[in-house]
Design a protein around this ligand. Structure first.
Ligand code: B12
Ligand code: SF4
Length: 424
């Protein structure tokens, strides 16, 4: 079949994100013998015309659309990206006869709602490498589509939704050639995403990741990752972002990865996300040796009661220890605070801000209010607190602010930011 993949993301805050997930699914479709083209909307100026031209020129049987961001998770200056994605999808459905299939991280949080709302034909929740080619095969032979895991139909019914437990090593990593087309124009700006594992068992109260990746950690063989990095290095790509939810968990695997990078003598620079729980000096030393120059340290709060409410495993001492170990090996730290959670008070917010300041971080990102996602503990709490009602589908951004804070939080944070220029 002829398949056109479109990455709908047009946001470049934080950094330009290369659509790794879309490339992974595209590679699986290529390997299954389909003819594939990819359009990244971050790379085009006139979106509507570019999409139309690509569809008319290629005349695809199937269009696979990736929805990454729903919104920017910012209560004060909310950008609701999905509204624009929806417009593009509806437009495509209006003029094209191709079968439209949705997927991606943002889509996977609201699979039934978005499918119905956009009028697309099918949606695949979670990883697409196995199910998308399976769907193409069934469509090309006009075979029945019932009982396909993760598949959603636009008439409201769905296949077996149970999350499949896959072996990531069976999925191909995108060929550098395919990957390269995203990188060419903005080469110097890019931190190419690398994913070594999927799934997070940690269950933070506000988190939607389980809907995207499941809760069971599944890891790729470090040697296969390093082989792929080597291929990209040979293409002149040296800057990478390990997009794993928590690079340091499990630590034994993170150490194995570092060893494999050293053994392969890769000369790369990289960044990653660290969960501040028992981050050992040994791991900080290993990541520094292999080229890690900066980490995102998402500690969110430092108050014990608030952290417990978020279901975090760590406490203040862990955060301090992590920061000390990272600094010792010259790794830059961008800290993340998420203020306004259940149990937050004016005092606990000040405690978090003061503590974050004492860490002398390279940068600090403060989020005011917490984006509420479906099926989370936070959504349950928001319902109890009357912040949302039970008919709220939570696709339109809704934010949790602890009831004791409503009037003061923005003021306190704005003042802190104005006095601390390292806040981003
Ligand atoms: C790493 C990461 C980042 C890094 C990216 C670094 C980089 N160089 O890529 C940084 C820190 C910069 C970042 C920033 C942001 N992020 Co972020 N990020 C992630 C994270 C942890 C991993 C994303 C990733 O690369 N996954 C690996 C790839 C392989 O997976 P994937 O893209 O999901 O693709 C798979 C499936 O979705 C599916 N699929 C994908 N496309 C398609 C298409 C079809 C047709 C099909 C069938 C299937 C399919 O198959 C793929 C392969 O299995 C996710 C959380 C998560 N675990 O998903 C959040 C996440 C994607 N981010 C999110 C958000 C909101 C943001 C920001 C807007 C936050 C902010 N205000 O700054 C920015 C936006 C950045 C931008 N410019 O777009 C949200 C998006 C959804 C939402 N809630 O709106 C997520 C899901 C976090 C969350 N749980 O809420 N992010
Ligand atoms: S550690 Fe990150 S991905 Fe895992 S549950 Fe917590 S917020 Fe979600």
């Amino acid at each position: 079949m002829k398949v056109l993949f479109i990455s709908l993301n047009r946001e470049s805050i934080n950094m330009r994100v290369v659509p790794l997930g879309l490339a992974c699914v595209a590679q699986s479709a290529i390997d299954a013998g389909h003819s594939v083209r990819i359009l990244d909307l971050l790379e085009v100026d006139n979106i509507s015309n570019s999409v139309k031209a690509e569809i008319y020129n290629f005349n695809p049987d199937v269009i696979g659309l990736s929805i990454r961001n729903i919104d920017n998770q910012d209560m004060e200056n909310t950008e609701f990206y999905y509204e624009k994605d929806r417009k593009i999808i509806k437009e495509i459905k209006n003029y094209s006869k191709s079968i439209v299939v949705l997927g991606g991280a943002g889509y996977s949080i609201y699979p039934d709602i978005i499918l119905k709302d956009t009028g697309a034909d099918f949606g695949i929740q979670g990883e697409g490498e196995k199910i998308f080619p399976l769907l193409l095969e069934k469509l090309s032979h006009n075979n029945p589509l019932n009982n396909i895991p993760q598949l959603y139909f636009n008439d409201g019914h769905q296949g077996k939704t149970k999350y499949i437990k896959t072996n990531l090593d069976k999925f191909p990593l995108p060929s550098p050639k395919l990957f390269w087309q995203f990188s060419e124009k903005h080469f110097d700006d890019l931190w190419i995403p690398v994913q070594t594992r999927r799934g997070c068992p940690l269950s933070c109260s506000y988190c939607s990741t389980a809907l995207i990746e499941g809760k069971i950690i599944r890891k790729r063989d470090p040697l296969k990752i390093v082989k792929w990095l080597k291929e990209l290095e040979d293409y002149g790509i040296n800057n990478f972002y390990f997009v794993d939810n928590t690079f340091n968990i499990p630590e034994s695997y993170a150490l194995e990865l570092c060893k494999a990078i050293i053994d392969a003598k890769l000369k790369i620079k990289w960044r990653c996300i660290i969960y501040p729980y028992k981050l050992s000096e040994k791991l900080c030393n290993a990541v520094a040796k292999t080229g890690c120059c900066e980490v995102s340290l998402g500690f969110e709060s430092v108050n014990d009661v608030v952290l417990k409410g978020m279901n975090k495993l760590y406490c203040k001492t862990d955060i301090e220890e992590a920061s000390k170990n990272l600094k010792k090996y010259g790794i830059k730290i961008v800290g993340f605070l998420m203020l306004g959670a259940p149990f937050d008070t004016v005092d606990s917010i000040k405690e978090s801000l003061d503590f974050a300041d004492s860490l002398e971080l390279d940068a600090l990102k403060i989020t005011t209010g917490i984006r509420i996602y479906p099926y989370t503990k936070l959504a349950e709490q928001a319902l109890i607190d009357g912040i949302i009602n039970k008919n709220d589908n939570l696709l339109t951004p809704r934010f949790y602010i602890s009831t004791s804070l409503k009037n003061n939080i923005c003021e306190i944070i704005t003042e802190f930011k104005s006095q601390h220029p390292y806040c981003i």
